[in-house]
Design a protein around this ligand. Structure first.
Ligand SMILES: Cc1ncc(COP(=O)(O)O)c(C=O)c1O
Length: 453
């Protein structure tokens, strides 16, 4: 049998040990490990204060009670709870999901709800149903890293739209659509996280909500509203969801990950009737049905436990941690930084002084035993080097303060370096050409930074 012909890599080409490299589907080109995943290994070491991951504080759940509840569920209904289910999801849970959404003003029929494996699968389903390679998705800049990954896997192009402290700027949205129109293009989806946005921590202001919907509607762009943090506000009632204002042209993603448990992986999509049918076909092709056991746990929890009281417990915990983060930033950071003031959710978005680069600073931060996520992870276009995301959801207040204290030390050291050497020459690792690279006209490569831990 003849061996398949193997081509030797050209000079300077990256050498891969992956023998399947030339067989992968084109869409895998968009699949790269996120900044956050790469960070998890180091950030989870006990000596590191991680302000990086967005893990909810599940230790605040009444774990013994939930244990008893699950035991009872298996005892009473184990044979069905451990069985296959239907693609759209358990009917009772879909009714309960409508009650949850009613808290944010949404009136919906359980018929239009599709239960998913977390809202992450909802993102994937919507992408499968709506996006062809090359389609354009408008998204806030910055935006949720998991959504960017899903859009990249669908080979869509993400165009970011600027935000400020009141969320997406309607004028920037108009401009983005006009720029696309001038290229003879339009967008398929407008992806938004209107409440306590990940990663920016800002909320789309009440007075902007109808404006944004109107702009999207007149441009024929479907709004994809992703709302895992809506019930985790610290002051007052949640704002009415976008989907509560119109059921025309809005797809809504919800999740129990932040209000109950991310480990159960239960989320949902609420979609207009025709779209819902396509989503069910897509989910059946992908997973047959969402896990019945997880769904029944959530359903039993909602039916038998004081879940709204538990959400208040979470709100209080995150509120205290948000306060700890903001006061530590205020007291410990050198001048020149700015940050957002979230009114809910998990995240603060920090902007560094001129000349500092959050990605280059990261190895030093990890060395100083504090982890954050560089801003670049939240943009599809390489922006975000002068920003970073801090998550306050998991560490207790005293750890948050210690983490911010360490980070402040790192920022001060970076500022000193930039002061001495300048942003370009002093701080950035020197570029080293490979032998003979100049003759071959190759760009220089950066040496890898090795972090002693
Ligand atoms: C904005 C946003 N959307 C979706 C998700 C995915 O959540 P899950 O799949 O756990 O429901 C997250 C998780 O952090 C998120 O922040």
């Amino acid at each position: 049998m003849s061996q398949p012909e193997r081509h030797l890599p050209g000079p300077g080409a990256a050498i891969s040990t992956d023998l399947y490299l030339d067989r992968y589907a084109a869409r895998t080109a968009g699949m790269t490990a996120s900044e956050i995943r790469a960070l998890f290994a180091v950030a989870s070491r006990p000596e590191v204060v991680s302000l990086a991951g967005g893990s909810p504080f599940t230790a605040a759940l009444p774990l013994d009670t939930i244990g008893d509840m699950i035991a009872q569920l298996v005892h009473d209904r184990g044979a069905t709870a451990l069985q296959y289910g239907i693609g759209q999801g358990e009917p009772l849970l879909r009714e309960q999901i409508c009650d949850v959404m009613a808290l944010e003003g949404i009136t919906a029929s359980p018929e239009d709800v599709v239960v998913t494996v977390g809202s992450q699968q909802g993102l994937d389903l919507v992408s499968r149903v709506f996006l062809d390679p090359g389609d354009i998705v408008l998204a806030e800049g910055p935006s949720y890293v998991g959504a960017l990954g899903t859009f990249a896997a669908a080979q869509a192009e993400v165009v970011h739209v600027a935000m400020d402290d009141a969320g997406l700027q309607p004028e920037a949205l108009r401009q983005a659509l006009a720029d696309l129109a001038s290229r003879g293009r339009t967008a398929k989806l407008l992806y938004l996280i209107p409440n306590h946005q990940n990663p920016a921590g800002v909320t789309l202001a009440e007075e902007r909500r109808d404006v944004v919907l109107d702009i999207a509607r007149s441009a024929g762009v479907i709004v994809l509203e992703d709302n895992p943090y809506g019930l985790l506000g610290f002051d007052g009632e949640p704002l009415r969801a976008l989907r509560a204002r119109t059921d025309d042209g809005v797809l809504y993603l919800g999740s129990f990950s932040k209000t109950f448990s991310p480990g159960l992986r239960v989320g949902w999509v609420l979609a207009p009737h025709g779209v819902r049918e396509k989503l069910v076909l897509a989910t059946e092709a992908q997973i047959l049905c969402p896990p019945v056991f997880s769904q029944q746990i959530v359903s039993t929890y909602l039916a038998t436990q004081p879940w709204q009281e538990q959400i208040k417990v979470f709100q209080e915990i995150y509120h205290e941690r948000r306060d700890a983060t903001l006061s530590a930033l205020e007291q410990l950071m050198p001048p020149g930084l700015s940050w957002t003031h979230p009114t809910g959710g998990f995240y603060v978005w920090v902007t560094l002084p001129d000349g500092l680069d959050s990605k280059l600073m990261q190895p030093r931060a990890v060395h100083e035993r504090v982890a954050y996520v560089p801003g670049t992870g939240f943009y599809a276009d390489g922006a975000g080097r002068s920003q970073l995301r801090l998550s306050y959801c998991f560490p207790p207040p005293e750890r948050i303060r210690e983490g911010v204290r360490r980070l402040a030390g790192v920022v001060e050291a970076e500022l000193e370096l930039v002061g001495v050497f300048g942003a370009e020459s002093g701080r950035q690792p020197r570029s080293v050409p490979r032998p003979g690279a100049e003759d071959r006209g190759e760009p220089p490569t950066r040496p890898r930074l090795v972090v002693p831990l």
